[in-house]
Design a protein around this ligand. Structure first.
Ligand SMILES: NC(=O)c1ccc[n+]([C@@H]2O[C@H](COP(=O)([O-])OP(=O)(O)OC[C@H]3O[C@@H](n4cnc5c(N)ncnc54)[C@H](OP(=O)(O)O)[C@@H]3O)[C@@H](O)[C@H]2O)c1
Length: 314
């Protein structure tokens, strides 16, 4: 078989531009593996790109989806350390075609063995959001035991990993979410929960070592107030990048996380999942051909955990 089913975008716009098509299977570079996709995670960046974000950096037609779990079907001649038949997961290069497809070609250095204790659907929930949280908390904020962290949008795709990583690291974890998510957040390690619709977080949080913000805008602005002297505000929103690496008068730092593929970190996250410290949450699963419905669900901005495309059934 040389063709496959895939979702492609031929023009920017709403969910209706996601076309379910027969397309050629991707070719392999020498250091690529071909993954038979079982499941693909849906992330806000998918519908942002669908709407034209990054239009100067990507070319159409484009297959979205930069979270994948599946099985290695073929490998290029330079690939070592992994074999056909391996069960893997990855956050592949965002500037290549993604995983809303039956097959995806991925650079082998971006691929890790998936956790043994979870299925493909849950494995596909991990890479992009998990790596974002990991890189924000540990590469940028250097979070460690005994510190206090405020995590915004803690029940979301990125946030629910951040809560579990922070708890595992020994930090004191404070979260913002609507009340319906508070019991869930406590169950995954939050020490404190703040209902953002009832309470201004800056009125009740003080002297935080770290704030992790996936909201941006006024949430980012207000977050400065809760940081202690020398604390760091890490944001996943580019609008917050003006202060990147900078310091204000109180020695407060800010940084912007832009998630990078990292197989080594995916390996570390797999260990945490298999040891029971981290549990990916899946809110809803859609078949590949209903990618438009999956985008609409993600665009509500109120997903708990992740939305996943099951690619096995077409
Ligand atoms: N820079 C990067 O590398 C990078 C990587 C990943 C993601 N991102 C960006 O980060 C953002 C979040 O991504 P995601 O995947 O976590 O999104 P998501 O899963 O769609 O986030 C949904 C969550 O946001 C919460 N929420 C909504 N309004 C809130 C508010 N005012 N205060 C606190 N929580 C609120 C919701 O909780 P309730 O239902 O309880 O309201 C829900 O659980 C997106 O804009 C995404 O593009 C950037």
């Amino acid at each position: 078989m040389t063709t496959m089913k895939a979702i492609r975008i031929h023009s920017y716009g709403g969910p209706e531009v996601l076309q379910y098509e027969d397309v050629p299977r991707p070719g392999l570079n020498d250091d690529d593996v071909l993954i038979r996709v079982h499941a693909s995670g849906v992330n806000p960046v998918d519908w942002k790109i669908r709407n034209g974000y990054l239009e100067n950096m990507v070319t159409l037609p484009l297959t979205p989806g930069w979270d994948v779990a599946g099985v290695i079907e073929e490998k290029g001649p330079e690939v070592t350390g992994m074999e056909v038949g391996d069960k893997v997961y990855s956050r592949p290069d965002i500037f290549r075609n993604g995983a809303y497809a039956q097959y995806i070609a991925v650079k082998s250095s971006e691929v890790a063995v998936m956790p043994e204790s979870i299925d493909y659907i849950h494995a596909a929930a991990v890479p992009l959001a998990g790596l974002t949280a990991w890189q924000a908390l540990f590469d940028l904020a250097h979070l460690h035991a005994g510190q206090k962290i405020l995590i915004h949008a803690a029940a979301g795709g990125v946030g629910h990993f951040a809560v579990q990583f922070a708890k595992w690291s020994g930090a004191h974890v404070i979260t913002t979410a609507s009340a319906r998510n508070h019991a869930y957040l406590k169950s995954i390690g939050a020490h404190e929960t703040i209902d953002y619709s009832e309470t201004a977080f800056e009125d009740v949080v003080h002297d935080a070592d770290v704030v992790f913000d996936t909201m941006g805008g006024e949430v980012w602005q207000r977050s400065w107030k809760v940081l202690k002297r020398g604390g760091i505000l890490v944001s996943a929103l580019p609008g917050a990048a003006e202060g990147e690496g900078g310091m204000d008068a109180l020695n407060k730092l800010s940084a912007f996380v832009f998630v990078q593929p990292d197989a080594r970190q995916l390996g570390e996250i797999a260990v945490l999942i298999d040891s029971g410290h981290v549990r990916p949450e899946v809110a809803k699963v859609f078949p590949l051909h209903e990618a438009d419905k999956a985008h609409l669900a993600s665009e509500t901005g109120h997903t708990r955990g992740k939305i996943i495309l099951d690619v096995t059934g077409g």
